[in-house]
Design a binder for this molecule. Sequence first.
Ligand SMILES: O=P(O)(O)OC[C@H]1O[C@](O)(CO)[C@@H](O)[C@@H]1O
Length: 226
Amino acid sequence: MKFFLDTADLAEIEEAASWGALAGVTTNPSLYAKIGGKLDDFHAHIKRICDLVDGPVSAEAVSTTRDQIVREGRELAALAPNVVVKIPTMVEGLAATRTLADEGIPVNMTLCFSVPQALLAARAGARYISPFIGRFDDIADDGLGQLANVVAALGNYDFSQSTVGGQQVEVIAASVRSAHHVTQSALMGADIATVPFGVLKKMVQHPLTDRGLESFMSDWEKVKNA
Ligand SMILES: O=P(O)(O)OC[C@H]1O[C@](O)(CO)[C@@H](O)[C@@H]1O
């Protein structure tokens, strides 16, 4: 499993990248709004993220018609070689994905909540598909179970004819709210988890690690003073 950071916050990205395990970043309009992002700085901000990360950076298109999404997707893709255009799962989004994929522009199909949506996204040429976990949990549904269905269904077929350069579509476990979500997503074979910085920090922690470290350190003090 690869790890993406789900944020538009440059300080978080810089810090997470320095840990050595970061493979990419995902952003969305809400995350950009959360950092106080301004419309006329959006492209520059995506560029700044792309400079910080050695890996794909998803930037979301906010148009709703296929021609506009394609236009926006081309503009975003021109910002940096590691931009991935994020497009919502809907008819206009699928059509735009096909066009962009045929031009060699990678797409991350977002707001995916079902197996049929994921299958269509893969056939339309999406490079990444982002099924949401937490938002199912929010409505008392089983987000992990829904993700498991998508992973299993996609695994039944070969989509290499549909995607850019024959690359396999990768599933990004999205709307991740806990380290438990990450564990279960990995066990079911999701390719990537995109996680908020708070979850990434929790993924490093274990009380037995803390306890073990404490005892190693105190025993080493004894060695030094012996
Ligand atoms: O439900 P949440 O925590 O807002 O997460 C939404 C998800 O949407 C995405 O835009 C999906 O690609 C991710 O950035 C994020 O994981």
